[in-house]
Write a protein that binds this ligand. Structure first.
Ligand SMILES: Nc1nc2c(c(=O)[nH]1)N[C@H]1C(S)=C(S)[C@@H](COP(=O)(O)OP(=O)(O)OC[C@H]3O[C@@H](n4cnc5c(N)ncnc54)[C@H](O)[C@@H]3O)O[C@H]1N2
Ligand code: MOO
Ligand SMILES: [Mg+2]
Length: 412
């Protein structure tokens, strides 16, 4: 085994993965299932919203000019010639001194140019109303197109569908929604020390937590996970399982066995499978041994076995690839600046990505460590919603300093 690997800068490694540019197809799915999916076409308004001038209140539609002399001492009397609720229309043009009883959402009749609220009517009967309030032309009318004008690009393709976008899709009649297909990502854990989650612990063994963590990360990133279980550190078995999985998925993620140990089989597996290794060492901690390779149009992510290294490797390298496949508008983790709420005493000879908890305080973004910073630890992942990026060569990360963080989850 070649023990000496050539570490490449983390941004170069990310760019190598992104250069693969593997993009997903488009599919149409029912509107009800569209949440969190990525829109594959610009959503363009094919009609005005509202489609017609309508009443924003329950009241009477009338001609403002009829109320020009209205006052406390000079109540105006108008003839009520009809009553309409939302969904009904009054088809006759309104004549001077006439009013229509109209409910919220109903179409304003021709010639009517304002709406007086029910509360502002002094007296009413089915045939007449009395009012003392002067009305202005265009008062209390929701105008055609004031919400969305026909032809407007309302939502750009590449946007994640949220409840507001669902409302717009429904408004414009999208029974089925065009979205990007989600990649199917295989997950396989390697290591003879692993036992499955439901099994009792044995001496020297550990539960396979990484596979479940990765599956959860895949779902958070908007892709579909397919679990291929765990394989022992036996070369032939690993190669066979990985070949089988590769036939069924878009990408394959393995965890463990990428370092230089006696039972770290991934380097040999890649060789046997004729995979092209893009990199097998990144100048960062944790996750330095993260290896990414390609076979035809498929990408293999060889993530570290150490839980925190595995987690970081996924977020830095696999997440942007998923974003690319989904043609998202923004690729990779969002970078923000945050104020350190505690000093970090680390010598950073490599770029370091520490699991952090970012939070808002007095309108400013702050960040603290989410737990102990060691790549073989799992506890600090629970509260992590960002990665704190400590740059190589800097050791001045004192409390109050501003640091770059990469967001991996909501602030809370
Ligand atoms: N001589 C060297 N030793 C190591 C180096 C090095 O450069 N030279 N790198 C270290 C670093 S950094 C890391 S990170 C690890 C990477 O190890 P591997 O990716 O080869 O992973 P394993 O050896 O299979 O396991 C490491 C560790 O993680 C536990 N593990 C494995 N799979 C799982 C799982 N599915 N769920 C939970 N935990 C898992 C495993 O039991 C080991 O404790 O190598 C260092 N060594
Ligand atoms: O790759 Mo290791 O994760 O640097 O700790
Ligand atoms: Mg190892």
């Amino acid at each position: 085994m070649n023990l000496h690997r050539n570490p490449i800068p983390v941004e170069d490694a990310i760019n190598k993965v992104l250069a693969c540019q593997i993009k997903g197809d488009i599919e149409r799915i029912p509107l009800m299932d569209a949440d969190n999916r990525i829109l594959s076409e610009d959503l363009i308004a094919d009609h005005d919203v509202p489609l017609f001038d309508r009443s924003p209140y329950d009241g009477y539609a009338l001609i403002a000019n009829d109320t020009i002399d209205a006052s406390l001492h000079n109540p105006i009397v108008l003839d009520v010639v009809g009553a309409i609720g939302a969904g009904s229309v009054y088809t006759e043009p309104l004549q001077p001194s006439q009013a229509i009883r109209i409910m919220t959402g109903a179409k304003i009749p021709t010639n009517a140019d304002c709406v007086i609220m029910l509360e502002d009517i002094t007296e009413d009967s089915p045939s007449q109303i009395k009012l003392i309030k002067k009305m202005k032309k265009n008062q209390n009318i929701s105008f055609q197109g004031e919400d969305v004008a026909k032809g407007t690009v309302i939502v750009k393709k590449g946007t994640k569908i949220n409840p507001g976008i669902v409302a717009l899709l429904a408004t414009f009649g999208y029974k089925d929604v065009p979205v990007y297909k989600r990649p199917v990502i295989g997950v396989m854990a390697t290591g003879s020390e692993l036992i499955e989650v439901g099994e009792p612990l044995e001496e020297g063994k550990i539960r396979n937590s990484n596979a479940y963590m990765i599956i959860s990360q895949i779902k958070r990133a908007g892709a579909i996970a397919k679990y291929y279980g765990q394989v022992s550190d036996v070369l032939e078995e690993c190669v066979e399982q990985m070949k089988r999985a590769l036939n069924e998925v878009d990408f394959l993620i393995t965890t463990g066995g990428v370092s230089v140990g006696d039972y770290d089989l991934l380097p040999a597996i890649y060789q046997q499978m004729d995979a092209e290794v893009l990199f097998n060492k990144v100048a960062m901690r944790p996750g330095s041994v993260t290896t990414v390779s390609t076979i035809n149009e498929k990408i293999l992510f060889g993530l570290s076995g150490n839980p925190s290294a595995c987690y970081v490797g996924f977020e830095l390298f696999a997440k942007p690839m998923i974003d690319t496949y989904l043609a998202k508008e923004s690729i990779g983790l969002k970078i923000e600046k945050a104020i350190l709420s505690e000093s970090i005493d680390k010598k950073n000879s490599f770029d370091r990505f520490i699991r952090g908890k970012a939070y808002m305080e007095k309108g400013q973004l702050h960040v603290k460590l989410s737990g102990k910073d060691k790549s073989n630890m799992v506890h600090s992942l629970a509260e992590a919603n960002c990665l704190i990026h400590l740059q190589a060569g800097r050791d001045d990360y004192r409390k109050g300093a501003v640091v770059d963080i990469r967001l991996i989850d909501e602030l809370y």
